[in-house]
Structure formats: C-alpha cells, structure tokens
Design a protein around this ligand. Structure first.
Ligand code: BG6
Length: 457
C-alpha cells in the first residue's frame, strides 16, 4: 500500500468563471469571457458561453455536501473579481454574502478552502483600458486583492494570486484561445511582466492584512524534454524552460528574474517596460508555497527556420511528438506521470524544497456519457488509473524528500471550460445540463473517498 504523509491534503479545484454561472446576474459585471461570447458566440463550442457553468452560485450548499461524500479535506476555487467588485472600486454586498457563506460552509465541513484571486477572468472595464498591458492593472489588482483579504481573511487562511499566469499571456497574445486574441510577442512579455508585478503587489498587501496566513501562486509547470542531446535541441529546451517555467517560478519563489531570461529577451528585443524599484519589490515578496498544475509533458526540439528576432515563441523552441508516447485518446494529451516526479524533484533541488502541492491533475474525456453504466453511474476506471499512476510518482518523490503537502484533481463537478464549453469532462460528479444540472457521482468519486480515508491506496 502507498501511504502519504499525515495531514495530506486531498482535494479538487475549480474556478469561479467555470463553476458559478449567473455570469451577468446578482450585480456581476462582464469579464472578457462574457463580452467575447456576446461578440463571437460561434467561437464557443456548442454555443456554450460562461453562463452555462455548473450553477454553483445557486447550488453551493449541495456541492459542499457532495464534497464530503467523496472525502475532500480541502478545495480550491476562485473569487470572480467582476462579481466582488463590479466596477473595480465598490464592493457588491450580495457577492460578499455569497462568498462568506460558501467559505464558511467549507470550513464547517472540515474542508480547507484555498482561494484564488484570478483565473483568466479579466474584468471588461479594465480590458477596455488595456488590461494587463497597462501598469494601471497592477494597482487595480492590488486593490482587489487587499479588499478580498480584508473581507474573507477571517475565513480563509490559504490564498493564491493567479492560476497559470502563462496561460492568459500565451493564449491571449500568441495563440488565440483567450481574448484579445492577437499575436504580439512583445505585448505578451509586457502582459507577463505586469502580471508578475500584480502578483507581487498582492503579496505585499497580504503581508499587511493577514500576516499569519499563507499565500502562493498556481503555476502550470512541466520540465521541457528535449528531442535529443544536440545543442540546438538543448537550447530549445532551455528557452522553453525559461519562458514557461522559470519566468514565474524564479521571481515568485527565489525573488529574482533569471539573468538568462533577461539576456534572451534583450537579444530578441522583447524587454518589457519596468519601473525603478520593481526588482526589490520582487525580492521582498516571495511566496509561502507553490501550486503545480500538471497534465501533460512538454516535448521540444529546435525550430526549423526561426526568425530573428523571434516573432513568436515557436522561433525559440518547437513542439515535438515523442513517438513512444502514451496518449489519452479522449482528449489527445500525452500521459506521462514521470514528469510529476521530475517537477517534485525540481522543487526540492532548485527551489529550496519549498512546500508545494499538486493543485491540478486530471483526465479530460470528451462525450463521457458513453461510459455510463446501467445504474446511471459513469464508470471512469481510466480516471482512477490516471490518478493512481500520477500518485505513484508523487509518492516516490515524497519518499525522496520533496515537500509536497497535497493533491488536488481537476475537478470536482464537470464544468464549463472556456472556448471548449462542456466538451471535455473531468469531474468526480457528472453534471447533466439537460436535467437541471443534476449532479451524479462517478465511480472515481467513491475511489477518491477511499483514497482520502486511507490516506493512500
Ligand atoms: C487548467 C485550467 O489549465 O486546465 C482550467 O486551470 C482548465 O481552467 C483545465 O479547465 C483543463 O483544461 P481543459 O482545456 O481541458 O478544460
């Protein structure tokens, strides 16, 4: 039997925009997702916009009871900035009441809430001013963060600033999966820099408002694996690691922006505008812990005909398909649990063994109804196997001394996911959109309860 350390956190994660629904009701103002859906609904799978979430805003009481049924002792969600502060200045009391009751119920059920501040949901009023492209966004975010810490700090001890900051940068400014859907490497870097400074400013507020609390950031981290030992492939790996992992890991954990990253950005004329004193602020505001979202590895090779200076990241590293890869046939992503061990050891060896947890890991499945058993329950043995394989690697790393304190899956209820709507399902509970978003536990929910009760499997 594989046993995990005492007090290990067993949980699941979701986000406000993907679970709450009522995206323009109860005083909430639009985020970029609401506006984008209004402008270009056909971009969204099956016309499913942000309002088609899993109705947690209405059903959170039942959801907390369901969390208990599958043995969760911790849970992450986010606050919707646009619900809490619709104009960025004033607090929406209806939202305060909702979040306070939600967080209190979690605590009363012995489920530790981990609350995140930003999960890709940029307020429209701020986007109209340039969003993360402008320095103003840093102050706006710091004010929102401070307000949230003051309003909910008595109920929430563990906070995170951003979920996967690389994603809103890459998808919004390079690959077209997020608004504003443009390709501009220089702007992408500037957006990244302001996101980092917004994170730093939020930590500064946190230390004042809640000195006894813990704050971190959620990063999607995968060490890049090079196609070969050829210097060009290794250079591609180094570039990918610098841009996608170290760009946030080093400043948030070690308090420094890596010199190699600065050199790379300088060489390609991509350096962002900064302010005097920023470096010191970064150095003075490191995180207490890290959340690592891990789904699939990253495999890279040297780009074939790179432009100089680089116009997109593909001029610095190219993706490569490993012929021996095992694939999740229902989502198309590679399954490689060994990378979780590598990340865990990277935390130990390169990041002074900072406390960290797996903040997302999971198996997405399209058209999951096909696995419905006669008893009406989804028989998701593939998901149980996926978790077992990843937990085995995680356990190996913990035995080797990595300071991992928990494992959260993506996700608790099946939920809406950006342009893909409900295409890929990940939950422990199936959500029936045709029957009043009724929740039905999948086989994996029962397995997770046993896992948490036995603290292992
Ligand atoms: C993570 C995000 O990257 O992956 C979630 O934090 C997202 O918001 C999850 O839903 C799964 O990805 P997808 O695209 O299959 O929903």
């Amino acid at each position: 039997m594989i046993k995990f350390p005492e007090h290990f956190m067993w949980g699941a994660a979701t986000s406000a925009p993907q679970s709450e629904g009522y995206s323009l009701s109860y005083g909430k103002s639009p985020s970029t997702w609401d506006k984008w859906f209004e402008m270009q609904p056909d971009k969204f799978n099956s016309d499913q916009g942000p309002d088609t979430a899993s109705d947690t805003y209405r059903l959170y009481r039942e959801d907390v009871e369901n969390m208990q049924k599958i043995g969760l002792n911790s849970f992450r969600t986010s606050i919707a900035w646009t619900r809490l502060m619709p104009d960025g200045k004033h607090v929406n009391q209806v939202a305060v009441d909702f979040y306070r009751d939600y967080f209190k119920r979690l605590r009363d059920a012995d489920i530790t809430p981990i609350i995140n501040l930003f999960h890709f949901d940029m307020p429209w009023w701020l986007m109209e001013k340039g969003g993360w492209e402008t320095r103003e966004s840093v102050d706006a975010f710091a004010f929102y963060a401070k307000t949230a810490f003051e309003l909910f700090g008595d109920l929430v001890d563990r906070w995170t600033t951003f979920n996967e900051p690389i994603v809103h940068i890459e998808c919004g400014y390079l690959t077209g999966y997020h608004y504003p859907d443009i390709v501009d490497f220089k702007k992408a870097v500037q957006v990244g820099y302001h996101t980092l400074m917004a994170h730093t400013a939020a930590i500064a507020e946190f230390r004042k408002v809640k000195p006894d609390g813990q704050i971190g950031i959620i990063l999607n981290i995968t060490p890049a694996y090079a196609k070969s030992d050829a210097p060009e492939d290794l250079m591609a790996k180094q570039n990918a690691d610098l841009l996608l992992a170290k760009s946030f890991l080093d400043p948030t954990v070690l308090g420094v922006i890596p010199e190699e990253l600065i050199n790379l950005l300088t060489k390609h004329e991509l350096l962002p505008m900064t302010k005097k004193g920023d470096r010191q602020l970064i150095a003075d505001h490191c995180v207490d812990f890290i959340g690592v979202n891990y789904y699939q590895p990253m495999r890279v090779q040297a780009p074939e005909n790179p432009k100089f200076p680089a116009q997109t990241p593909e001029d610095l590293y190219a993706n490569y398909i490993w012929p021996e890869r095992k694939i999740n046939p229902y989502r198309g992503w590679e399954i490689y649990p060994e990378a979780l061990y590598d990340v865990a050891m990277m935390m130990k060896n390169d990041y002074h063994n900072i406390p960290w947890y797996v903040s997302e890991n999971g198996m997405g499945v399209a058209d999951e109804e096909r696995f419905m058993g006669e008893d009406g329950q989804i028989q998701d043995d593939y998901r149980i196997e996926f978790m077992q394989e990843h937990l085995t690697q995680l356990h190996r790393a913990i035995e080797a001394g990595s300071s991992c304190f928990g494992y959260h899956t993506w996700t608790f209820n099946d939920c809406w996911s950006w342009l893909d709507g409900y295409r890929n399902r990940y939950g422990f509970y199936c959500v029936d959109l045709d029957h009043e978003v009724k929740r039905t536990m999948k086989k994996s929910g029962r397995w997770y309860r046993e896992l948490s009760e036995n603290n292992g499997f």
